[in-house]
Design a protein around this ligand. Structure first.
Ligand SMILES: Cc1cc2nc3c(=O)[nH]c(=O)nc-3n(C[C@H](O)[C@H](O)[C@H](O)COP(=O)(O)OP(=O)(O)OC[C@H]3O[C@@H](n4cnc5c(N)ncnc54)[C@H](O)[C@@H]3O)c2cc1C
Length: 379
């Protein structure tokens, strides 16, 4: 049992922390306020090789493993949650399944440019009538010679408007539910593929969330990930792994709330003393710090199991569930500690509070995480 990061991991953490604090944090409020896609942040992240963390150098990545990825994600999310959403959607949700399930040719064509940060990717599973029940997707993939013809609409797709590459899930036979699903890599510019409505959101407002529309869109069979009917396995494989990184994102947002609250509580004077002197505030800070540590430990455990090649489904769901709820609880307390100043935009905690909420919703709601954990417990 060893609770310390290795020297290499500590150096990596310091490097990402310094970068994120100096380059991402100063623009985070503007990215949120202007709902501005953080293209410049992503360019800088790519320059450092971080768009390819956990992807081997052979396929354009910078190496490292699941622990490196959670370290990078926590630091990026602490500085700018919107940027961390763009980052995770491209690397962890879209690129990683191509890396896991793709052929050598697919990896060379699609993983290499995404891991190098030359291209951005998105993951398109959700539909208007299929969210938690992902096996109910209706987008049709009709086999026609050496192509599939895609027809349907995806909603809520992170990076949808900017992505060069989309990993799209569709069905060849709706009655087969999950066994009828195929996963296809669709390139921007493919005729019949367009971007529809862009959503306006409560939090992570700098990340884009868009509708993707497919109308008689021909995709080569050579762009299929996994076998015919193997798309659901690809989707679940991607989400199971990526959940660990959403947990790390929640830890990052929560830590930002804790750090801002500590500084404020030591500075803000009421009744002739800093509010940090009041036990009611101390207890909130103590709970916040305890929740951050517990959430991070669960996240590291899940990443550790993944690195070891051991089962991690239950542990990843526990990490995501706990970290997301901790992030909501901590950022709510952060607003409370700031009093009225927590409610206005001069301070960052109202943004942390809004950004935290998504971690309880995407990549499986908290209810779905509980369902996964219970199924694993009951057997
Ligand atoms: C900002 C944002 C970004 C997103 N990015 C992406 C993306 O990049 N790619 C992508 O494919 N999707 C993305 N999504 C979609 C996201 O994953 C879904 O919104 C989420 O899975 C929930 O689906 P839903 O919204 O249809 O809610 P529903 O499934 O309709 O759920 C509504 C409520 O019912 C509950 N519920 C549903 N079924 C059950 C059940 N069996 N038992 C108990 N409770 C249940 C849910 O927990 C929830 O509280 C994104 C969403 C948002 C808001």
């Amino acid at each position: 049992m060893d609770f310390a990061l290795t020297e290499d991991q500590q150096i990596f953490q310091r490097m990402v922390r310094d970068f994120a604090t100096n380059e991402l944090q100063p623009v985070a409020a503007q990215v949120d306020e202007e709902e501005k896609f953080p293209a410049e942040n992503i360019r800088k992240i790519a320059e450092l090789g971080l768009m390819g963390v956990s992807i081997s150098e052979e396929y354009g990545g910078s190496g490292g493993d699941a622990i490196h990825l959670v370290i990078a994600t926590e630091e990026i999310a602490r500085a700018c949650a919107s940027t961390s959403t763009v980052y995770l959607a491209s690397l962890s949700l879209a690129c990683y399944p191509i890396y896991m399930f793709g052929t050598d040719d697919q990896k060379k064509r699609f993983v290499v440019p995404v891991a190098k940060g030359q291209k951005l990717a998105c993951f398109a599973l959700t539909e208007p009538g299929a969210g938690s029940d992902a096996a109910a997707i209706q987008t049709a993939a009709t086999p026609k010679g050496d192509h599939y013809v895609l027809d349907g609409t995806k909603v809520f797709i992170t990076n949808g408007a900017e992505a060069d590459i989309a990993v799209v899930f569709a069905t060849t036979n709706k009655s087969l539910r999950h066994r009828g699903i195929v996963s296809l890599i669709v390139e921007k510019g493919t005729p019949g593929f367009s971007v529809g409505k862009k959503e306006r959101k409560l939090g992570i407002r700098g990340s884009s969330t868009a509708e993707l529309v497919f109308e008689n869109c021909h995709v080569p069979v050579g762009n299929r990930l996994g076998g015919e009917g193997g798309g659901f396995k690809v989707a679940m494989g991607a989400i199971d792994a990526s959940r660990i990184n959403v947990a790390a994102q929640a830890v990052g947002i929560a830590r930002a709330g804790l750090e801002a609250s500590l500084a404020y509580a030591k500075d803000r004077q009421q009744f002739g003393q800093p509010i940090a002197g009041f036990q009611a505030v101390q207890w909130m800070l103590a709970d916040m710090a305890t929740y951050v540590d517990a959430a991070r430990l669960l996240t590291y455990r899940a990443a550790y199991l993944k690195n070891q090649g051991l089962p991690y489904l239950k542990e990843a769901a526990m990490a995501k569930l706990f970290a997301a709820e901790a992030a909501m609880s901590i950022t709510t307390k952060a607003v409370q500690i700031h009093g009225g100043y927590g409610y206005i935009k001069d301070y960052p905690v109202e943004r942390y509070f809004r950004d935290a909420k998504i971690t309880e919703i995407y990549e499986g709601t908290s209810e779905m995480q509980r369902m996964t954990i219970a199924r694993q417990l009951i057997g």
